[in-house]
Design a protein around this ligand. Structure first.
Ligand code: UDP
Ligand code: MG
Length: 140
């Protein structure tokens, strides 16, 4: 399997509860390397562009407001099959369906406030990484 990079976001519900380190430990324990990371506060508009694919969904406004409510930690994770591996570590979108030991099973508060984002395919990973990081910030 090829070495990949994926975009991860530790969401406001998790940064607020001081869970960044615990979540990062799960990534690292799974063999994912954090090759770039920064804590930023998104505007609702910036969150809206990031989640544009969900624009027509009923939860879009609430999701954008939530993502702008507190700081987030955006990060690039690298490893063998990193995109799928990260989705595995994250667990299902709804924490009620997330497998035991996953980030969302342990930490998510609801289907909306579910602690982490992870890219879902190589094309979205490349676009999402480029949305937050310049080439100069990706040192490997
Ligand atoms: N979301 C929500 N209600 C839903 C489905 C999704 O609030 O019924 C939010 C949730 O924060 C989720 C994000 O929208 O993480 C993006 O949804 P997606 O289906 O892409 O889930 P993910 O890829 O994050 O597992
Ligand atoms: Mg998604």
């Amino acid at each position: 399997m090829a070495v990949e990079r994926t975009l991860s976001i530790i969401k406001p519900d998790a940064t607020k509860r001081n869970l960044t380190g615990k979540i990062n430990a799960k990534f690292e324990d799974a063999g994912l390397r954090i090759v770039a990371q920064k804590r930023i506060k998104l505007t609702k508009e910036q969150a809206g562009v990031f989640y544009e694919v969900h624009k027509e969904r009923p939860f879009y406004d609430e999701l954008c407001a939530f993502m702008a409510s507190e700081p987030v930690v955006v990060q690039v994770l690298e490893g063998e099959g990193a995109i799928a591996k990260n989705r595995e570590v994250m667990g299902a979108t709804n924490p009620a369906d997330a497998a035991p030991g996953t980030v969302r099973a342990e930490f998510a508060e609801s289907v909306g406030e579910n602690s982490v984002h992870g890219s879902d395919a190589p094309e979205t990973a490349a676009a999402e990484i480029a949305y937050f990081f310049s080439g100069l910030e990706l040192v490997g």
